[in-house]
Design a protein around this ligand. Structure first.
Ligand code: HEM
Length: 340
């Protein structure tokens, strides 16, 4: 009689157990914050306006103002960034989208600030300090800048672009026969004699580089105020502003021969953090909004997204198995007693 009663209750127990663990699962997932998966697919999406991005699951990542270190930002001008990622097993692409009512593309005047966004990764196995790492926990930062994007889209934005009335009728060592006043970078300064007057360019300062191949600077840092241009620049990408939204794609080979670069391996989870600068709010350097670290799961080709089994769901399932096991054991025991 008692065994029959237990048997009748089994389906109810299963349902209660499952719903309990799913409820706990939902709560645990909500507490985990945004989930980001780099979806494995055959086509690597490199164009920010490619409609195929809409099929890729997005993570809505909240941003908070960097209010700890001066010059600080006390309130966000951009409250969140939407992030998507795909990889084709050889390279990875991230798409960042955020609302920005104005397209601030120039930084060549002291009073102008450009829009920008960055992705931060650890370079060691440890989770580094969010504020750009610390000594012993170097971070790799991919910094997209709207003014570098403009140099690529429209040619190097030189002084005459910022100050149309700027004029120079002669310049030391510039070939006045070939050059056109007020002379422009890089074409009129390519001769070694003339180039020496463009000191930043001559010494290889990335900010002065007039021939850009990428709108993204690949940086290392071991804490704030240590952001450094990496010897190996591995990251490319493109940014487009349309209807009040910036869309910026970052691309890099998954495997790079560079110890100072983020390790991105298919099948693994990698911590990642984001930062956004709004030029029209005079944001640059420390004045920005940032996220906390979240994990991106880099899906391996052919690998279905790993089922996110939170400890809660796991616990619930184990509990269920134990209960079912006890009942089954009791039933077998009972039957064996009847037959003996
Ligand atoms: C929340 C804690 C943070 C603090 C206190 C902080 C502070 C600073 C400071 C003082 C600077 C200017 C000096 C320098 O260039 O190193 C700076 C620049 C920079 N930071 Fe951070 N930072 C923080 C988080 C982040 C995060 C999470 C990222 C990337 C996702 C990031 C990316 C950058 C970049 C790319 C620059 C150079 C910006 C430029 O040239 O305009 N920072 N930060």
């Amino acid at each position: 009689m008692q065994r029959l009663a237990l048997l009748k209750r089994l389906p109810l127990l299963v349902v209660v157990g499952l719903s309990l663990s799913l409820a706990l699962q939902g709560k645990a997932l909500a507490q985990q914050g945004p989930q980001l998966t780099s979806v494995a697919q055959s086509k690597l999406l490199t164009d920010p306006m490619d409609a195929a991005w809409q099929k890729v699951p997005a993570a809505d990542v909240p941003l908070t103002p960097q209010a700890g270190v001066k010059p600080a930002l006390m309130a966000t001008s951009v409250s969140s960034v939407k992030v998507r990622s795909v990889n084709d097993g050889a390279s990875i692409a991230f798409l960042l989208e955020w609302q920005d009512g104005s397209e601030d593309r120039y930084a060549s005047r002291p009073e102008s600030f450009r829009d920008a966004a960055a992705i931060q990764f650890p370079t060691t196995g440890e989770l580094p300090a969010i504020c750009m790492g610390v000594r012993g926990q170097m971070v790799n930062i991919w910094h997209w800048k709207a003014d570098w994007q403009t140099d690529i889209d429209k040619g190097f934005q030189d002084v005459p672009d910022a100050y149309p009335n700027f004029y120079k009728d002669a310049y030391p060592a510039v070939n006045v026969l070939t050059g056109t006043p007020p002379f422009r970078m890089p074409k009129d300064f390519e001769s070694p004699e003339a180039k020496q007057f463009m000191v930043g360019w001559t010494v290889g300062n990335a900010l002065s580089e007039p021939v850009r191949t990428s709108p993204i600077e690949d940086l290392n840092a071991i804490g704030f105020s240590t952001a450094t241009h990496k010897a190996k620049q591995n990251v490319n990408g493109k940014g487009v502003w349309k209807d009040g939204v910036w869309r910026v794609v970052y691309t890099r080979a998954l495997k790079v021969d560079d110890v100072d670069a983020a390790a991105l391996t298919a099948g693994q989870e990698v911590p990642v953090a984001f930062a956004v600068w709004n030029g029209s709010n005079q944001e640059v350097g420390a004045r920005k909004q940032t996220s906390t670290f979240l994990n991106v799961t880099v899906q391996a080709a052919g690998g279905a997204a790993a089922l996110q089994l939170s400890p809660a769901l796991l616990g619930g399932l184990i509990l269920l198995l134990i209960v079912a096991g006890i009942i089954a054991f009791r039933m077998v025991e009972g039957r064996s007693r009847q037959t003996s």
